[in-house]
Design a protein around this ligand. Structure first.
Ligand code: AMP
Length: 218
């Protein structure tokens, strides 16, 4: 049976980083509603045009839209491909929709891994981050500048970009949304005994190791 797991945590907790490591190590597929929405905004699809202002303000896009996106993606996967849900579900309604989407496809949720973090440190982490526009390699104003200023270490690209919603004001708003709407879905999963908590402030490798330990334990 393929593994289905949710990585839960506020923006900047490291969900995206850990998801791509799990993809590489286990051949799983990351389903990130944030990435899907950003792609729709970039392609200027009707959905993207609708979502753009909502995202820029740090508000949540409607439950129906994101659950619809997840359903479409699940249908494109082989039955034995494991899935990491990143940034979804974010509300109780989405958590219920996910249960139904999985059940309809003969899947079930194995793990909910919560990355526990310090919010003030996260604001610092997020507001400094930027990526290479060509290859997506991640950098940070204070913690990880390219070795040669203005040149990507990985591909040599010279064009960098920042997410428009990575400003302090929007980050605080996204965190408030997490506290108000997303954290309250944890008890639902706690009741099923599938929640594990990992210290998201540890270094990236240590977080990966903790997650691997949870998967190994079944
Ligand atoms: P993320 O990349 O996960 O931080 O998402 C960026 C933005 O996309 C969020 O601040 C929301 O505006 C929107 N978004 C992403 N995933 C969801 C979701 N599951 N439900 C509602 N809005 C979402």
């Amino acid at each position: 049976m393929p593994i289905n797991l949710i990585l839960l945590g506020p923006p900047g907790a490291g969900k995206g980083t850990q998801s791509s490591r799990l993809e590489d190590a286990h051949g799983m597929v990351q389903l990130s509603t944030g990435d899907m929405l950003r792609a729709a905004v970039k392609a200027e699809t009707p959905l993207g045009l609708e979502a753009k202002a909502v995202m820029a303000a740090g508000d949540l896009v409607s439950d129906d839209i994101v659950s619809g996106l997840i359903g479409e993606r699940l249908d494109q996967l082989g039955a034995d491909t494991g899935v990491i849900f990143d940034g979804y579900p974010r509300t109780r309604a989405q958590a219920e929709a996910l249960d139904a989407l999985l059940a309809e496809r003969g899947r079930h949720l194995d793990h909910v891994i919560e990355l526990v973090v310090d919010e003030d440190a996260l604001v610092d982490r997020i507001t400094g981050r930027f990526t290479c526009a060509a290859c997506g390699a991640g950098y940070h104003d204070r913690y990880k500048q390219p070795l040669e200023a203005g040149v990507c270490d990985v591909c040599g690209g010279t064009d960098f970009k920042r997410r428009p919603d990575d400003t302090e004001e929007t980050v605080r708003k996204r965190m408030a949304e997490y506290r108000a709407k997303t954290a309250p879905i944890l008890p639902l999963y706690d009741a099923r005994g599938i929640v594990s908590r990992v210290d998201g402030m540890a270094n990236i490798d240590a977080v990966t190791q903790s997650i691997e330990g949870i998967l190994d334990a079944g």
